[in-house]
Write a protein that binds this ligand. Structure first.
Ligand code: ZN
Length: 350
């Protein structure tokens, strides 16, 4: 038996003091230490830096102005345009041409990011503010995306890499106000999918256990980042976030893939998502990115999702992006909300 078995997950961090001279109230310069924290993702080893900013400086975007600007061109996801101009699936893949679940409608992405790509228009309502989503609407959209992937993997055995993702609203990269999520499936993993799958395999070989099972056991003990559960879905914040505004994670215990989620699992996930939406709204933010991650074997991988709040206008009166050279060109995240602080905030909504 290898020595690393039974050793706990290491939450490795280092606080790096940065020295600067600042003037005190009398105008006299004095040395000040600005702490910066380097964190290592416990599974992949990817580093990120926590640089604490006050969330009170976030300015809520003017939704009326955004909606008005969005009305300047016709919305392709509103009826009747959505039925006229959106493409249909090839009949050998989906004979009905579209997938309908409640008010959610799924059709192929005209600009696919992978060999299989779907857009799910979440509702026939043009604009749904974050805190006004209801469970049925979100469940139907996730169900439509999951149905699509299930059909694809049966149709094409090579399309083993897939995920469900959501850019909600323009600050998160959503090109339209009308809520829509997406799913992509194909033959090659994304950079992060590959990294995750390899790291999970390594973890399994070294420790003989499933990383996410160990993670939940430890996080539930310390409760620093553990948020709670909604039925079968467990919620926590990521120790080393991928998002500038930290990440909230949903873990699906015992399920290797989002394809294994039952209707109840999807409803449990939805119920937690609605709580997360209320938390994000409470930060004065209107936007988020979400992605699921799936593996192939529940002994090695538990399906999970990350939700990261996104925002423009963070601190300035102009529309400043929350991404900058660190994320774009150095492949390193600078996170401005300590995950432990975010967990405290999200807990209040659970
Ligand atoms: Zn619309």
């Amino acid at each position: 038996m290898k020595s690393s078995r039974n050793t706990p997950i290491e939450f490795k961090r280092e606080v790096l003091p940065s020295r600067i001279m600042v003037n005190d109230n009398s105008g006299n310069p004095g040395e000040s230490i600005v702490p910066l924290e380097l964190r290592y993702d416990p599974l992949t080893g990817q580093t990120c830096r926590i640089v604490h900013y006050s969330m009170e400086r976030i300015i809520r975007p003017d939704m009326d102005a955004l909606e008005k600007r969005a009305e300047e061109s016709p919305c392709p996801f509103c009826k009747p345009l959505v039925d006229k101009i959106t493409p249909r699936f090839p009949p050998d893949l989906i004979p009905e041409g579209v997938i309908c679940k409640g008010n959610a409608t799924a059709f192929p992405n005209t600009n696919p990011y992978d060999i299989y790509g779907v857009v799910v228009v979440v509702s026939d309502e043009h604009f749904i503010p974050l805190k006004e989503f209801d469970a049925e609407t979100v469940y139907n959209a996730l169900h439509a995306a999951q149905s699509y992937i299930k059909t694809v993997v049966k149709f094409d055995a090579r399309a083993i890499y897939h995920f469900i993702a959501w850019n909600y609203m323009p600050p998160a990269g959503g090109s339209l106000v009308h809520p829509h999520l997406q799913s992509n499936a194909g033959y090659y993993p994304t950079v992060y999918q590959k990294q995750l799958l390899e790291a999970a395999e390594r973890y399994f070989q070294e420790k003989g256990t499933n990383y996410w099972s160990d993670l939940l056991t430890q996080e539930k003990k310390t409760r620093q980042r553990y948020i709670g559960n909604t039925g079968n879905t467990e919620w926590l914040t990521a120790f080393a976030p991928k998002g500038r505004l930290a990440d909230i994670m949903a873990v699906f215990p015992g399920k290797a893939s989002v394809l294994d989620l039952t209707a109840k699992d999807l409803r449990d996930f939805t119920s937690g998502l609605l709580k997360v939406f209320r938390y994000i709204d409470g930060l004065n933010l209107i936007s988020f990115n979400m992605s699921t991650y799936s593996g192939f074997d529940k002994d090695r991988f538990w399906a999970h999702a990350r939700i990261s709040p996104r925002g423009l206008l963070l601190y300035s009166p102009i529309e400043t992006s929350d991404q900058f050279y660190y994320q774009v060109l150095q492949d390193e995240n600078i996170c401005i909300i300590p995950p432990e602080e975010m967990a405290e905030g999200v807990k209040k909504k659970f």
